[in-house]
Ligand binder design. Structure first.
Ligand SMILES: NC(=O)C[C@H](N)C(=O)O
Length: 337
């Protein structure tokens, strides 16, 4: 009978990368003071025995780090392993446990480069497993449930946190400390309650199977960096980033991606030298940058990131620039993804 049940359940692989979901604190009262990336994947799985009721789960430790330290090489390594698993006949879905600080970057990266319809779910937690009211167990349970559910196929890379199913493209860490940390300007795609999914919307942007990018054809990522806009800003950071080798600079602009008059000449100059300038907005949850609004992008030959926040714009720029150095093509890609 047990064998029969196993046959019916989906096969879900959990790739562990570290983060707070694998963190440990000194006491149960330590919900914010702890060390991330302490527990191995076997311990995480053993901590939620109910996983065995909803899927045939196995784990792999891909890395063990806090997500603020994830590098482009780490991203490539993870994405290549995801692609191998997605190609395996005996894998129905993939879960990635991840720190929350850069979770939105990894989720968007995978959303762009994984050529599969199989569910890929990225999950983390805001409190370590040792804390009172730890959120990791339920988040992981929900992630495995969503990854093993046929309904989740073809919906792009997903993020399950705080009972919500979010699009990996749209979601962003918007609050810290609190467990309702992950929000999307366009709302969640659904809810997952007691392991059952309830869907309400689909992503409109190109992703996964429908993407022109494929991790199997990407072996390195170009350097793209971010500089922040604020009152009294100077052009020092922008110039330094270009000197440091940035092929594109994401302007994490004020408001509608506006650029200070003290910075504009340097950005025009850098563009002439070949650096791509991409205007984004650091307005939290709702930055919306349009071409030629605030700045003459056609004249300057700059690109706008539209609704992508600066860190997501960096991901898309890197992926896009593995294929093109043309600013018009880059802009097309920023509209479509
Ligand atoms: N909540 C977390 O996971 C934060 C941690 N610094 C990380 O991103 O790994």
């Amino acid at each position: 009978k047990e064998a029969e049940q196993q046959q019916k359940l989906a096969n879900v692989v959990i790739l562990a990368t570290g983060g707070t979901i694998a963190g440990a604190g000194a006491s149960a009262a330590n919900s914010a003071t702890y060390q991330a990336a302490k527990l191995g994947i076997d311990k995480l799985i053993a901590g939620v025995p109910e996983l065995a009721d909803i899927a045939n789960v196995r784990g792999e430790q891909v890395m063990q780090i806090a997500s603020e330290s994830i590098s482009n090489d780490d991203l490539l390594k993870l994405a290549k392993r995801v692609a191998e698993l997605a190609d395996s006949k005996d894998v129905d879905g993939i879960v990635i446990t991840h720190g929350t600080d850069t979770l939105e970057e990894t989720a968007y990266f995978l959303n762009l480069v994984e050529k599969t319809d199989k569910p890929i779910v990225v999950v983390g937690s805001m409190r370590p497993g040792t804390a009172m009211s730890a959120d990791g167990m339920l988040n992981l349970y929900n992630a495995v449930a969503v990854a093993g559910d046929k309904q989740s196929r073809g919906k792009g890379v997903l993020v399950t946190m705080n009972d919500e199913i979010q699009s990996g493209r749209d979601v962003s860490k918007s609050v810290n400390i609190k467990t309702e940390a992950f929000k999307s300007a366009w709302g969640p795609m659904g809810m997952v309650v007691e392991g059952k999914s309830y869907w309400f919307r689909l992503p409109a942007k190109r992703h996964t199977s429908n993407s022109e990018f494929d991790i199997k054809q990407i072996s390195s990522l170009p350097q793209v960096d971010i500089a922040y806009g604020y009152g009294n800003v100077t052009d020092t950071a922008y110039k330094a980033l270009a000197q440091g080798g940035a092929k594109a600079i994401i302007h994490a602009g004020t408001g509608n991606g506006s650029v200070s008059s003290r910075v504009v000449p340097a950005l025009q100059e850098l563009r002439k030298e070949g650096v791509q300038i991409i205007r984004s907005s650091h307005v939290n949850q709702g930055g919306f940058v349009l071409r030629n609004a605030e700045q003459p992008d056609d004249k300057n030959d700059w690109v706008v990131a539209h609704d992508l926040n600066p860190q997501k714009a960096r991901i898309l720029a890197m992926v896009a620039m593995t294929k093109t150095q043309d600013s018009k093509e880059l802009q097309r890609i920023f509209w479509e993804y």
